[in-house]
Design a protein around this ligand. Sequence first.
Ligand code: FAD
Ligand code: NAI
Length: 465
Amino acid sequence: MADYDFDVIVIGAGPGGYVAAIRAAQLGLKVACVESRATLGGTCLNVGCIPSKAMLHASEYFDAAANGAMAKMGVDVTPKLNLDAMHGQRRDAVKQLTGGIEMLFKKNKVTWLKGHAKFTGENTVEVEGESHTAKEIVIATGSSVTPLPGVEIDNDKGVVIDSTGALDLPAVPKKMVVIGGGVIGLELGSVWRRLGAEVTVVEFLDQLLPGMDADVRKEAAKIFKKQGMTLKLSTKVTGVEVKGKSAKVTVEPAAGGEAEVIEADCVLVSIGRRPNTEGLNLEAIGLETNERGQIEVDGQFRTKVKGVRAVGDVVPGPMLAHKAEDEGIAVAEWIAGQIGIVNHDLIPGVVYTMPEFAGVGLTEEAAKERGAIKVGKFPMLANSRAKTNHEPDGFVKVIADAETDEVLGVWCIASVAGTMIAQATQAMEFGALSEDIAYTCHAHPTHSEAIKEAAMAVRGKPIHM
Ligand code: FAD
Ligand code: NAI
């Protein structure tokens, strides 16, 4: 390996890249990771998963006090918002976690090459004017916000913003329009709705949360409406006009029809994310992206170019941190001569609102296309812990193959659905039948008992319904 500066250079220090770098170093390889941001951790730790969950958690406390949920339990309080403190605890969480990655890099002897990387030839990248070579280069450059044509995002001004701007608003908007009823729109829309904003979500499709099970999507619309959000489904935005500190958002039915203008002092653009490949100078190594701008890889995360692999948001698949992390581990293991496995059929997805929406495996619609199925459903209303906690919304749905009873998909709406879905994922990873889940002893009283009861319902026999 003496010909190269490093065994592996990873470009990007998000959950895909930093995990790949650490795992490769743990496996005895000489590793560098290039990151242009001032801190490690990528989108997830700096402006994604972590800060959004910090704001969701804090705003949930405020909402519970403001909407009478705490009073219902005998805790009478009138909340007073200290937004600076709320932002402060978010920044602290981010600082501690990004600093933690820096410590892990030091501990594992991963060299952080600070700056922007671009390919200058085979096995070579240039960072801040200096060339570095490696036998294997892993592209883990992540993704960034998809812009809406004709709509200019200006996070500093704070009127038309993206998710990064929505994490750091200096004041609660009076009226917020969220363009896109996906994960970001609902999570960050919820944060500001809880803190007092009137939130209108404009979604092009006829339901929220594309990709989730149809029952879950329908229930999501009911729940968010009940919480006070205005939903404009099957509606498209045709223009946003900004004047000073306010905006006029013109919308019309997706199928065409009469236009309507919604006034707002804040507009969040959350219509998806796109892979980051610009500026990498992929031409220098003859690597092309697909029609969606992604880098195609094989089962070992190899691109078409020898010695260049890719993981995370920049490759096809769900744009999720845990998917990127698992690919980061696997790519390092392949590079080190081991076998790295990621089961792309079982990547759980979670929306961290209250309640949370989570799922793994096939939707009912997709499972039906595959063959005959049995479905078991159990409402959270009948779960003793949810009932005790005053959390009536939601259900668990278990989808199994009609013939073999193999579990094909599990969908949960519950306050802790994101935690519950781990047991379903693990069971499915082990090839569980619905019967296996139904006959597994679940602690009482827990929300997870609803998964057991839904599995029992697959065979028509839940106890508490
Ligand atoms: P990234 O995390 O995007 O990291 C890529 C890094 O590469 C960046 O730091 C970038 O600066 C760097 N980089 C890019 N190009 C270069 C270059 N040429 N040279 C040097 N450095 C470069 N996912 C979840 O699973 N759960 C969640 O709760 C969740 N919440 C989210 C909330 C928000 C608001 C957003 C925006 C995203 C959220 N996501 C969540 C998605 C998650 O953040 C991404 O899936 C994940 O970060 C992808 O990891 P990655 O390593 O592929 O890329
Ligand atoms: P998304 O793909 O989840 O949702 C975008 C929504 O915008 C879709 O419902 C789409 O139909 C709609 N849309 C697209 N164009 C539109 C238009 N012109 N007008 C109205 N609606 C339009 O994308 P989002 O929410 O921006 O999130 C990006 C990525 O970040 C997602 O892929 C997600 O995986 C990841 N993420 C994950 C989180 C989690 O795991 N909890 C949290 C936040 C983000």
